[in-house]
Design a protein around this ligand. Structure first.
Ligand code: NDP
Ligand code: MG
Length: 387
């Protein structure tokens, strides 16, 4: 049996490390042929030693130089150009994109244009360029396999279901770290508070995005692109237990749901092994009789204005989702750096979206220009706030 050859972008991150666990647990099924990482050179070293990949991309030139000395047989590249080179490499079956932020977009587009299959954790790329990616995937036959747990759930329950039979999607939201606080109580919350997610252990950016509810906003837009469902038919419910990972309602009223432990290795593994469900080694215990009860509540769009705004930018289309995402990437980082307060994150995103009034281009080139302008504007606003 031939092994699936995998390229992993973001190998040193939260999703990346769990993907390596999955790959290592199934040496007969998977082989890591290349990976990219940001700054964590120590972890990158360990990965090279453990998996012997042929090609590695570092975000920084200094890491490339150091690794080249230590591993003369590995082909090394650097930066955004390196990510493109990696996506163009011959001889891989699936590119797992687990980079954080829209820096993950160019290699995804490159791989899709070459007809390669993508396991996509990097939701920001679909938010920025969902129409382009899905259109190119349809043209080249590239499969976009969702890793985000909600979308992986929907993807699983849709196997064998005709799209024309779907009435609506229901995405579940844990509510993030501040689900029990009022909006007023968010005035003086700290980064440490925000990073204490009740259910999932994830990278810092997405954990903070869960606290602002931007994450669920990005996921609504992601679902719209992945499944081709209109925004009015994509619902979000607050579900504290994160046991139901998401649901699909069919036209006859049947509701199909996917349930499981809060363990990202499950959707990662399924995206890699699709259409098979392989054995999960060292499975997280999951016993519904211990969980006992599941709760579902309506989302309060006044309490969570970033979810409301995501629906608006999604429906407006063009560069609006990219502006929402870019403003969030800058504001999220600024809060992590201690430059702005928690509530200033949503204020900056809202301002960026409302100021995006110029003719709204639809081409990828125009959308990327809006993305870049927004980053510059919001970075300036952050500087103004720190004066
Ligand atoms: P992390 O911050 O933990 O990891 C990000 C990864 O990207 C790291 O390997 C980092 O490298 C790498 N990276 C950052 N910048 C660059 C760059 N310029 N070039 C190459 N690599 C880079 O994030 P997560 O794993 O939490 O999230 C990854 C993506 O998956 C996000 O889009 C997130 O929204 C999505 N996702 C994550 C989930 C989770 O459970 N964590 C769940 C669902 C979706 P380094 O650390 O070496 O600097
Ligand atoms: Mg998710």
């Amino acid at each position: 049996m031939t092994k699936k050859k995998i390229i992993l972008l973001g190998a040193t991150g939260s999703v990346g490390v769990q993907a390596l666990d999955v790959i290592a647990a199934h040496p007969e099924q998977f082989e890591l042929v290349g990976f990219a990482f940001g700054k964590n050179i120590e972890k990158a070293r360990e990965i090279i030693q453990a998996f012997s990949p042929k090609i590695v991309v570092a975000a920084q030139e200094s890491s490339q130089v150091t690794l080249a000395k230590a591993f003369p047989d590995v082909e090394l590249h650097v930066g955004n150009e390196g990510l493109i080179t990696l996506a163009r490499t011959e001889g891989y079956d699936i590119l797992l994109n687990a980079i954080v932020g829209s820096v993950g977009l160019p290699p995804t587009i490159e791989a899709v244009q070459l007809g390669r299959d993508i396991a996509l954790a990097n939701k920001e790329t679909l938010v920025v360029a969902g129409y382009t990616i899905m259109a190119e995937a349809a043209r080249t036959g590239s499969k976009i396999l969702p890793v985000d747990s909600e979308h992986a759930a929907i993807f699983q329950v849709l196997q064998g279901v005709a799209k024309s039979d779907v009435r609506s999607l229901t995405i579940t939201a844990s509510g993030g770290s501040f689900r029990d606080k009022t909006h007023e109580e968010l005035v003086d919350v700290t980064l440490e508070d925000a990073l204490a997610h009740p259910n999932w252990t994830m990278g810092a950016k997405i954990t903070l995005d869960s606290a602002t509810m931007v994450n669920k906003g990005l996921e609504v837009i992601e679902a719209h692109h992945l499944f081709g469902i209109p925004y009015d038919d994509i619902h979000v419910v607050l579900h504290r237990e994160s046991v139901v990972h998401s649901m699909v309602t069919l036209k006859d009223g049947a509701v199909l749901a996917q349930l499981g432990a809060t363990d990202m290795r499950e959707p990662i593994q399924y995206a890699l092994s699709y259409p098979r469900h392989l054995t999960m080694h060292h499975e997280t215990p999951f016993d519904l009789t211990e969980i006992g009860a599941l709760h579902f509540e309506k989302m309060d769009l006044v309490r969570f204005p970033m979810l409301d705004l995501a629906y608006r930018v999604g429906k407006l289309g063009g560069g609006y989702p990219a502006v929402y995402n870019a403003a969030n990437e800058i504001a999220n980082q600024a809060f992590q750096d201690g430059k702005i307060t928690f509530l200033e994150i949503e204020q900056l995103i809202t301002r960026a979206v409302f100021e995006h009034m110029e003719f709204d281009g639809q081409t990828l080139h125009q959308i990327l220009a809006s993305d870049e302008r927004t980053r510059q504007k919001v970075s300036q606003w952050v500087e103004d706030l720190t004066q």
